[in-house]
Design a binder for this molecule. Structure first.
Ligand SMILES: O=C[C@H](O)COP(=O)(O)O
Length: 250
């Protein structure tokens, strides 16, 4: 099966609303590539202006987080319904920074994944091992556990339409990219895990991204691997380099 590549920028806590609009204008001519899906996952306050700024282009907008409740007394949170109403199509769930700094656990993330689907959003579910886990040789076991817990009670049809991002924590923002073989090994293990829990059709359909210091220089090699269907790009998504990653195949 041929899966369309998906290149998503994760802006993290960068870009004020006015800077965000300026960045969209700068990137507009650089990210025009209909062969791939292009997504900007942006801070909550940037969502409305960015949705407006990318109107009429090939870019879709994603959120970096959401809460699983529909509405109510949850100070500071944003619901899936709010995101959908604002024009958001994707939502990152379970980024390692949320798991680590904000103590988001698998049980909470499972509720968020369910809610995202219920609201009509496409979740980009992140998983990845720490350096310590890699050195202990438990990377694949740990990631299988994460995937199984986060996808508890999620149906095969839902999994077919979601995105999973493999992000080794030791490669995030460090300039240390996983080698393309390391990234391929884990992305394949994730696909095998999906085949084991669901079936081969589902495993063949789900798109699996790599994230962790992806840049204009290493994207083509990573994206050439059979089980890597895209990138979740942090630092390099805030500059012209992002256009080169999106056009890795040109
Ligand atoms: O979500 C994106 C990842 O955390 C990767 O960030 P990075 O490209 O800055 O290493």
């Amino acid at each position: 099966m041929s899966r369309k590549k998906i290149i998503a920028g994760n802006w993290k806590m960068n870009m004020t609303p006015s800077q965000a609009v300026k960045l969209c204008e700068e990137l507009k001519p650089l990210v025009a590539n209909d062969d791939v899906d292009v997504v900007y996952c942006v801070p909550a306050i940037d969502i409305v202006p960015v949705v407006e700024a990318v109107k009429g282009t090939n870019v879709e907008v994603g959120a970096e987080n959401m809460y699983f409740e529909e509405k109510g007394a949850y100070t500071g949170e944003i619901s899936a319904e709010m995101l959908v109403d604002a024009g958001v199509k994707y939502v990152i769930i379970g980024h390692s920074e949320r798991r680590d700094y904000f103590k988001e656990c698998d049980c909470l993330l499972n509720k968020k994944v369910k809610k995202a689907f219920e609201a009509g959003l496409t979740p980009i579910l992140c998983c990845g091992e720490s350096l310590e886990q890699r050195e202990m040789g438990i990377t694949l076991d740990f990631i299988r556990l994460q995937i199984k817990s986060d996808l508890k009670d999620i149906t095969a049809d839902q999994v077919k339409n979601m995105v999973i991002a493999y992000e080794p924590i030791w490669a995030i923002g460090t300039g240390k990219t996983a080698t393309s073989d390391q990234a391929q090994e884990v992305c394949k293990a994730i696909r095998d895990c999906i085949a084991e829990v669901y079936d081969t059709d589902t495993a063949e359909a789900v798109r699996i991204q790599y994230g962790g210091s992806m840049n204009a220089g290493n994207a083509a090699e990573l994206l050439a691997k059979p089980d890597i269907d895209g990138g979740l790009v942090g630092g390099a998504s805030l500059k012209a380099d992002f256009g080169k990653i999106v056009n890795y195949n040109k």
